[in-house]
Design a protein around this ligand. Structure first.
Ligand code: 2BA
Length: 109
């Protein structure tokens, strides 16, 4: 069994959620925040059998697209000046950042 962890943009999360449910996959959605943009994104935890991982990846690919996003300057006031970005920059975000982990044990009580 594997745990697929997928960080996706909020705009894609409902579509992916629907596609996973339709495909009979179980998933947990977590509200998360990207460390770089400090903008909200959504992290999916999807537990599935090894042979179904390619199908999960296909659904993620089909339902998450990449977008350009501006990073606005963030005031370092009261924060860490090391991460201060002094001018707006455009970055390409997503479609999805995916990690696949082996699961030692799975219990569902
Ligand atoms: P953020 O950390 O907010 O990053 C948003 C986008 O900013 C990234 O898109 C990337 O294009 C850019 N970016 C991130 N760090 C950068 C840096 N140090 N310099 C220049 N540009 C940078 P994605 O790569 O598609 O990542 C989307 C989100 O996926 C990330 O949001 C983060 O929440 C997650 N993520 C990406 N890589 C990760 C990793 N290795 N571990 C954990 N989470 C990750």
């Amino acid at each position: 069994m594997k745990l697929v962890i997928a960080v996706v943009q909020d705009q894609d999360s409902n579509r992916l959620s629907n596609a996973l449910t339709k495909g009979n996959f179980r998933a947990t959605k977590l509200a998360s925040t990207g460390g770089f943009l400090r903008a909200g994104n959504t992290t999916f935890l999807i537990g599935t059998e090894d042979q179904l991982v390619p199908k999960v990846l296909e659904l993620i690919k089909d339902n998450c697209r990449s977008r350009e996003q501006m990073v606005a300057p963030v005031s370092p006031m009261g924060g860490n000046a090391d991460s201060y970005i002094p001018y707006p920059v455009e970055v390409e975000v997503g479609g999805a950042t995916v990690f696949i982990m082996p699961i030692e044990q799975f219990h569902h009580f």
